[in-house]
Ligand binder design. Structure first.
Ligand SMILES: C[S@@+](CC[C@H](N)C(=O)[O-])C[C@H]1O[C@@H](n2cnc3c(N)ncnc32)[C@H](O)[C@@H]1O
Length: 256
């Protein structure tokens, strides 16, 4: 069996992560460059080592997950959420059930809280935020960020919702308290139901078409009628009807 296929099987058995559902060329390139750097000759040697070395396994997980994120990523889209989507969702109800899926280190769910905080009190906001990567979730809970993560944050939110500590910024408690973090694998785990808003951005690009299709089907099933799916700015869905969705605005889809 080719080297990489065997590695995929071994990793799946060890971690429950199915690498065959991630685009192969990209993933292979990232992992090959990691094992090269570590001085291994092939995937077989690499697996043998990471099976016994927790730090190396963590490094592998870090490399495969790509945790890059920032507050208000693609700021214009967050304006649409603030000025169009939230007012519409809040027409008929006072609280919303919200999920930030593949939330990485927390910038995204905290941004949702800041934007929604312009409409309703923070004490009424509760956001589920999930990611596959436990290290990212730990960093999300700590909620301390370098200045570059805040480049797109409007000045009023920056003053209101962050404490500056030297060159770092800590998210204030009243924002932190709106978010509950959990580990969740979009490819294996069951999806909660009845969401008004699901935000899932900048992770679909890593998956195969088959995996994307399954995840969008699950999101479609997890939204309430008129609930919204907010996707990343390179992740337009070409056939939303297939998932019971229709376009509400660019990169926003409404459950029919
Ligand atoms: C580039 S970050 C996106 C963060 C944020 N959503 C944003 O747009 O800024 C991609 C995240 O997807 C997570 N991820 C990758 N595969 C996943 C899976 N199968 N289930 C859940 N999260 C996954 C990674 O751990 C990483 O934190």
């Amino acid at each position: 069996m080719p080297d990489y296929l065997k590695f995929i099987e071994q990793i799946n058995r060890k971690t429950g992560i199915n690498l065959s559902l991630y685009k192969e060329a990209q993933m292979r390139r990232r992992l090959t460059s990691l094992y090269d750097k570590k001085g291994f000759a092939n995937f077989e040697e690499f697996f043998f080592a990471l099976d016994q070395d927790r730090d190396l396994l963590n490094e592998f997980l870090d490399r495969m997950t790509i945790n890059v994120s920032e507050f208000y990523r693609n700021a214009k889209r967050w304006e649409v959420l603030q000025n169009k989507i939230f007012p519409k969702l809040l027409q008929s109800k006072k609280t919303l059930k919200i999920w930030s899926a593949a939330c990485s280190t927390g910038e995204e769910p905290y941004t949702i809280a800041m934007v929604l905080g312009n409409h309703i009190p923070l004490s009424q906001i509760s956001i589920l935020a999930t990611d596959l990567d436990e290290n990212a979730i730990q960093r999300a809970k700590a909620a301390i960020y370098p200045e570059r993560s805040l480049a797109e944050v409007p000045d009023d939110s920056k003053n209101k919702y962050f404490d500056k500590q030297g060159t770092f910024y800590e998210v204030k408690k009243e924002i932190k308290n709106t978010v509950t973090f959990k580990k969740h694998n979009l490819l294996n785990d069951t999806y909660e139901q009845n969401f008004d808003l699901i935000v899932c951005r900048n992770v679909m690009i890593y998956f195969t078409e088959e995996a994307k299709d399954q995840i969008y089907t699950n999101f479609g099933n997890s939204l309430k009628k008129d609930g919204i799916l907010f996707v990343g700015s390179t992740e337009q869905i070409f056939n939303p009807q297939r998932y019971g969705l229709e376009t509400e605005d660019t990169f926003f889809y409404r459950k029919i």
